[in-house]
Design a protein around this ligand. Structure first.
Ligand code: MF3
Ligand code: CO
Ligand code: CO
Length: 274
């Protein structure tokens, strides 16, 4: 049995395992937070160039977020000390900004989560640095398609597993591997909440989708079938065989008709080339 809980927009919310069902005011809050995440990712595009340090990108994200009246939700989150995650090439997710520079041919995921008026807008995109080989560009393209195919499944009456099934089918159809170690998540006043949104699943399984649910879909797709390992820093997740990994993330809300994507780019820059 799945537990759903209707929540008031101003209510303190607990991570109690229930799936929160939100009303119109919460949708309005998520629309604003999601839009800010998208605008931040749009504004980053010209910055992502060979020679730029990931710390400089992180500084930009922090400043942009603060300038727009929000706070980076990752700053101080479980001891994480940065304003975004930057994951290059074989880094699957949670790459830590540093003095490392981007190189020609890199593929990079930048993941931002502004906390605006109490609501989290969580989104990430891939960026291409300079001249990227076709093999890597294809992985990025198919990963974006995986996210959008997952989103297409998101409507009332469908099951959470339908999303993972669509993603898995497309990734494996292209002979890529779906990362199992990390998943999407409920989001709203809380950064990470129920349900877990797995990116490989059987259709018809999992909780039924109901209007008012907010969650992320954020498939990580690998060039190989390699498992993921965590580096000593406790955050950076990499493919064990160092094969390339790509990820895109949107935050969505289930509506009566289907779903609303809160983190769409106002400029149409949802995927590269930008
Ligand atoms: N934004 C990431 C997500 O999609 C979470 C990053 S948590 C951090 O869920 F602490 F690693 F930054
Ligand atoms: Co997320
Ligand atoms: Co994210």
């Amino acid at each position: 049995m799945t537990n759903y809980q209707t929540v008031a927009p101003d209510e303190t919310q607990l991570r109690d395992g229930t799936i929160k069902l939100h009303g119109p005011e919460a949708f309005e809050g998520m629309r604003k937070a999601g839009r800010l995440a998208a605008e931040n990712l749009d504004a980053l595009a010209p910055l992502v160039q060979p020679g730029v340090t990931t710390a400089a990108i992180d500084d930009f994200v922090r400043q942009f977020t603060l300038d727009h009246g929000a706070v980076p939700a990752t700053l101080g989150y479980r001891g994480y000390a940065h304003s975004c995650c930057i994951s290059i090439n074989h880094v699957v997710c949670h790459g830590i900004p540093s003095d490392k520079t981007l190189k020609d041919g890199d593929i990079v995921n930048i993941d931002v989560t502004p906390l605006l008026d109490g609501w989290h807008g969580d989104s990430s995109r891939m960026y291409l640095v300079g001249d990227v080989p076709l093999k890597a560009r294809r992985l990025v393209e198919v990963t974006y398609e995986c996210l959008m195919l997952g989103i297409e499944q998101a409507r009332p009456g469908a099951h959470l597993g339908d999303i993972g099934a669509a993603i898995q089918r497309h990734a494996e159809g292209n002979r890529y591997g779906v990362v199992r170690e990390f998943c999407g998540h409920g989001v709203g006043r809380l950064f990470h909440d129920a349900p877990e949104v797995v990116h490989a699943a059987r259709a018809g399984t999992g909780p039924e989708l109901v209007p008012g649910m907010f969650f992320t879909i954020e498939p990580m797709i690998n060039l190989g079938k390699s498992p993921v390992k965590l580096l000593e820093d406790g955050w950076t997740a990499v493919t064990r065989d160092r094969s390339l990994s790509a990820q895109f993330e949107h935050t969505i809300g289930i509506t009566d008709e289907g779903c609303e994507v809160f983190t769409l780019s106002p400029k149409g820059l949802d995927k590269p080339p930008y």
